[in-house]
Design a protein around this ligand. Structure first.
Ligand SMILES: C[S@@+](CC[C@H](N)C(=O)[O-])C[C@H]1O[C@@H](n2cnc3c(N)ncnc32)[C@H](O)[C@@H]1O
Length: 335
């Protein structure tokens, strides 16, 4: 075998170490271009090196690399997406979420593992990009299922807990004429959400509140909403244990009017523990381990809601690998 054509290495189901390198670099580059607000240009009018930033040398190298990897094609100086590039663009939320949200934690993995550095104290995820990445992923892969479920229930006012950049709340209030509040602990996410609300001209119908929603008692106005949404938030509560999660849901149910609904989206853990080819779920589960969070399987989610006194109306699989949308109803019984 010539030196420049090494044998395929037996390091995984996806074809070896060089595939992993390519995925690592491409993921970081695509996420960075989205973070800098230029990725959309490839999909619309095309990109010149000068559009990528002040570092001309790196900009040229970036375009060359994306072309070598088949994501873009040059027409003169302008670079446009190929079909492969456009497909990756449509799925960019996963890369933004991973690289933008958890990139720093992944790069300090060694220290997090040994305990030299502690997650939250010394290293944080970037909640802004977690929220934006989640929103980009949710729109095509989760929200169509959410809309179907919402068509089955009636509500006027909604509370979005852990609202992130407010994309869902804004969409709902704009398209369905609803009103509501969004609550998030992250100042960056709230600032992003407030910008989205202003951009949509919905300041009179949506209030964004920066608060720790880990105790249902502090969530304002729950008695006046007919729908609570908690997309990709409840596993944050589960970090404090199953009893805490059940207690949280129970506390919320007690404050909600009878017949009110709670709609949540979560990702379940991998279904197999050995040699699985399932996409995303092993990587998702590992990133959540930074926060010492476990993921619950579907059967456990059902049980948790029932233990908290909710009726589980529907559990639907989404196009997000491992994703479930759960619709629960407050039967309004005492206790
Ligand atoms: C994965 S993001 C999901 C955002 C949004 N629900 C969505 O689906 O796009 C989780 C959000 O929960 C927020 N969050 C985490 N812990 C929280 C807490 N204790 N109180 C309020 N928000 C919290 C985070 O700041 C983050 O914006």
């Amino acid at each position: 075998m010539p030196k420049h054509e090494p044998a395929v290495t037996p390091t995984g189901v996806h074809g070896g170490v060089f595939d992993h390198m390519r995925g690592h670099v491409l993921g970081a580059v695509v996420a960075a271009l989205e973070q800098n607000g230029v990725l959309e240009l490839f999909a619309t009018c095309g990109v010149r090196a000068a559009d990528l930033g002040a570092n001309g040398f790196l900009a040229e190298a970036t375009l060359r690399y994306l072309a070598q990897r088949g994501l873009v094609r040059a027409e003169g100086e302008v670079h446009h997406f190929t079909d492969v590039g456009r497909e990756l663009y449509d799925n960019r939320g996963y890369l933004v979420w991973l690289s933008g949200g958890y990139g720093t934690a992944l790069h300090t993995y060694a220290d997090l593992l040994t305990g030299k550095r502690q997650f939250a104290d010394d290293v944080e995820r970037d909640v802004r990009w977690v929220a934006i990445g989640t929103a980009l992923v949710s729109r095509p892969f989760v929200l169509p299922y959410v809309r179907q479920l919402l068509d089955e229930i009636e509500f006027e006012r909604v509370a979005d807990i852990g609202c992130g950049n407010g994309h869902f709340l804004v969409d709902l209030c704009r398209t369905a004429g609803k009103a509501g509040i969004g609550i998030d602990i992250s100042p960056a996410a709230c600032a992003e959400a407030a910008r989205e609300v202003t951009k949509a001209g919905l300041e009179d119908r949506i209030e964004i509140i920066e608060a720790d929603a880990i105790h249902p008692d502090v969530i304002p106005g729950l008695e006046g909403v007919q729908l609570v949404v908690t997309f990709f938030f409840l596993h944050e509560v589960y970090e404090h244990g199953r009893d805490a999660l059940v207690g949280y849901l129970e506390g919320m149910r007690r404050r909600l009017p009878a017949g009110a609904h709670l709609l949540t989206a979560e990702a379940c853990p991998p279904e197999q523990d050995q040699d699985t080819r399932e996409p995303l779920t092993p990587e998702y589960a590992l990133t959540q381990a930074f926060m010492a969070q476990h993921l619950l399987p579907e059967s456990e989610w059902r049980q948790v809601f029932e233990d908290a006194g909710f009726d589980v109306a529907r559990i639907v699989r989404t196009d997000l690998p491992g994703g479930r949308v759960i619709l629960a109803r407050n039967p309004g019984t005492a206790g």
